[in-house]
Design a protein around this ligand. Structure first.
Ligand code: FKS
Ligand code: ZN
Length: 342
């Protein structure tokens, strides 16, 4: 299986995120990908290939023009106001407040974000466009006939919706790849999100559509980030009714319960019978993950890959989360070798 990878991910390296009442060094940092790419090479998974440049047109199929332009200039505007430090918001248009776009950089950053864990740095634009190109290059290779490709994206994407960033995410790589399959002629695309956190951005993007099925397994929003989406009663709207399927699970969930949900999730994908599958691949379901509360073990990831392979469909793996850095390479690549050995 080919891996698509760009060194440009390292240009996004925040100094701080606000978590549990403290400013800490971000969990989502470049060392994550150093470990994964090292494991890809060590296991001989396949070729490691640099992405092509697709420009911003495919991004604007999913994100609003204004949001894309905001991200392009955000750090330069911030630097003019506050000097050369990371841009972090602190105030959001929540209940009783109006959603009107302010003029100043502080106001715009608040308008376009939903948490304080997602710093914008000088290199963020280059890293997030490279991350999209990694996803789109993988999608192109699937269209050219590859059975499966690993798009080793960073920054991740599944929390980002059409005009909202947060949860370490800016552009929704998996959604942009899924839309690219539709635009290239696929009739039906399914996205299976196995990251520990609910893919609220992906759900929102496709919520009223029946051409892209979104199925997600994740920590229960009553307990877990992003808190305000991901319940099982969210089944889609209008045309999209029945094409959004959530499997929220409580803290402490281990393989026996997880694998049951996974099998039911895969049944939904089979019934939908898509042309192509996009996997939002997070390995923060791991027992030693520092910010998550599931209990999967390294060998369980082989099983996840094998069960996805049993769908027998062209499959694009798009990297999302995972913060147990010492084991992130083993766990992520286990999914892919489990897929290949099935
Ligand atoms: C918990 C605070 C949680 C943010 C967690 C973001 C998770 C991001 C992710 C992604 F795949 F996008 F990277 N802070 N006390 O893993 O879902
Ligand atoms: Zn996650």
């Amino acid at each position: 299986m080919n891996t698509i990878f760009s060194e440009d991910h390292a240009l996004h390296h925040g100094k701080y995120e606000l978590i549990d009442g403290q400013l800490v060094s971000p969990f989502e940092n470049p060392s994550r990908l150093d470990h994964i790419i090292a494991r890809v090479r060590e296991t001989g998974l396949g070729a490691v290939i640099e992405p092509l440049d697709f420009g911003t047109a495919p991004i604007k199929r999913v994100h609003s023009e204004a949001f894309v332009e905001f991200l392009r200039t955000a750090h330069a505007e911030w630097r003019e106001e506050h000097g050369d430090c990371d841009a972090l918001p602190l105030c959001w248009p929540s209940r009783t407040l109006r959603h009107v776009l302010p003029e100043t950089i502080d106001g715009k950053l608040s308008y376009y974000s939903f948490d304080a864990g997602t710093p914008i740095t000088a290199g963020t634009w280059q890293a997030i466009t490279a991350s999209v190109n990694v996803a789109l290059t993988g999608a192109e290779q699937i269209r050219a006939g590859q059975r499966a490709v690993f798009s080793l994206c960073r920054p991740p994407g599944h929390h980002a919706s059409a005009d909202l960033l947060g949860g370490y995410c800016f552009f929704n790589n998996a959604a942009i790849a899924a839309q690219s399959f539709r635009d290239a002629g696929a009739t039906k695309v399914a996205i299976l999100d196995v990251d520990y956190h609910h893919g609220n951005g992906t759900q929102a993007i496709f919520y009223d559509r029946s051409d892209v099925l979104f199925v997600s397994l994740h920590g229960h929003p009553a307990q877990e980030f992003p808190f305000f989406l991901g319940y099982s009663e969210e089944t889609g709207a209008g045309e999209g009714e029945g094409f959004n399927v959530n499997f929220p699970m409580r803290w402490g969930t281990g393989w026996p319960e997880y694998s049951q949900s996974l099998d039911t999730a895969l049944d939904h994908l089979r019934e939908f019978s898509p042309d192509t599958v996009v996997i939002s691949l997070g390995v923060d379901t791991f027992e030693k993950d520092p910010i998550s509360q599931f209990k999967l073990k390294s060998e369980d990831y082989l099983q996840i890959g094998a069960r996805i392979a049993n769908l027998d469909l062209p499959t694009l793996f798009v990297m999302e989360g995972g913060y147990a850095v010492a084991e992130i390479g083993i766990n992520a690549v286990n999914v892919l070798t489990g897929f290949e050995q099935a």
